[in-house]
Design a protein around this ligand. Structure first.
Ligand SMILES: Nc1ncnc2c1ncn2[C@@H]1O[C@H](COP(=O)(O)OP(=O)(O)OP(=O)(O)O)[C@@H](O)[C@H]1O
Ligand SMILES: [Mg+2]
Length: 310
């Protein structure tokens, strides 16, 4: 479990479609079940993970979804408004500045402002306190896929370099302090045993160092094909070897399917060998289900499988 709680912010990324959202959600569920106060933040609310749970979509305000587990979406328009209110302090001033059409036009023209304020919102929640203790023990971010993730986490560097002084520079510095402190933030990577997702996992790990995005954390290998029992394959082959021609013909498709499946499984394992050996050794492996994960029970089963390996 220490591996999960060695930092307060976990940013979960990987190639599109590999299961980032489900892995991030599983991590949040596991931590909440262990009594931690958890905030799950998702960056693409139109595709909300709540669809897997049969719950309504998230909005910007954290909502208690399970015991100890709050969930919210990182929504650019809301975050820009909140950031302005926080920085400018007064609503009247916000209305004067941000509701002004010319200023709104300018804001839209500032590249990366929405990415910037989304990080600002993460930073805000990380600093939230309830009494003497942090409000959340763990914040799990269901982050964008590779390319977008890299440009997202580059944004505070750019603002820091660009701004000579002022509130945006201070915010950028605050964000970098959070992102670059291994005690505060880790970047977790999800992949699957296929060529492109493995390449992207390597690319993110490299970018994390080269561009100083954040410290690398956990590696998850999702959708692993469980090997067929040796006995089953051997029985099939032995049975067919001694069978008459008609029987062999009848079972030919089955034999081919088994062989193809095994071929794909081995190929997948070969792709995984490209990962740094240390990552591969410590990776958390999650089995591919026979049907896509689509309901609460399947999500809970994935969380249990993950928990057993922490
Ligand atoms: N271990 C698994 N077994 C079976 N199906 C899975 C598994 N993991 C994920 N899936 C399926 O893969 C699809 C993608 O999962 P998910 O939405 O978590 O990926 P993602 O990386 O967040 O995608 P996106 O890049 O679109 O945000 C889902 O439909 C889900 O049901
Ligand atoms: Mg997703």
């Amino acid at each position: 479990m220490e591996r999960l709680f060695d930092t307060r912010v976990r940013i979960v990324t990987g190639k599109g479609g590999v299961g980032k959202s489900l892995v991030a959600l599983s991590l949040a569920i596991v931590a909440a079940r262990r009594g931690k106060r958890v905030l799950f933040l998702e960056t693409n609310p139109p595709e909300s993970v709540t669809r897997f749970l049969g719950k309504p979509k998230l909005d910007g305000e954290p909502r208690l979804v399970y015991e100890n587990l709050w969930m919210a979406g990182l929504i650019p328009s809301e975050a820009i408004r909140e950031y302005a209110l926080m920085t400018l302090k007064f609503k009247a001033l916000y209305n004067a500045v941000f509701e002004n059409r010319i200023v709104r036009y300018f804001l839209r023209a500032v590249p990366s402002l929405s990415e910037f304020v989304l990080l600002g919102k993460l930073w805000f929640h990380e600093g939230e306190r309830s009494g003497d203790a942090p409000k959340y023990d763990l914040i799990v971010v269901d982050a964008p896929a590779t390319g977008h993730l890299i440009s997202w986490l580059r944004v505070p560097h750019v603002f820091d370099e660009m701004m000579p002084t002022g509130p945006l520079k201070k915010s950028a510095r605050d964000m970098l302090d959070m992102l670059l402190d291994p005690k505060r933030t880790k970047l977790d990577i999800v992949t699957v045993p296929e060529e492109m997702p493995v390449n992207e996992a390597i690319e993110i790990a490299h970018a994390a160092m080269q561009h100083r995005l954040a410290t690398r954390g956990l590696t998850f290998i999702n959708r692993i094909l469980p090997p067929l029992p040796d006995a089953l394959v051997a029985t099939l082959h032995a049975g067919l070897a001694g069978a008459d021609g008609a029987t062999q013909k009848r079972f030919a498709a089955l034999e081919r399917t088994v062989a193809t499946r095994e071929h794909w499984r081995q190929l997948g394992e070969e792709y995984l060998q490209r990962l740094p050996a240390a990552d591969l050794k410590r990776a958390i492996r999650l089995a591919k289900r026979a049907v896509p994960i689509a309901d609460e029970a399947a999500v809970m089963a994935l969380a249990a499988e993950l928990e057993a390996q922490l």
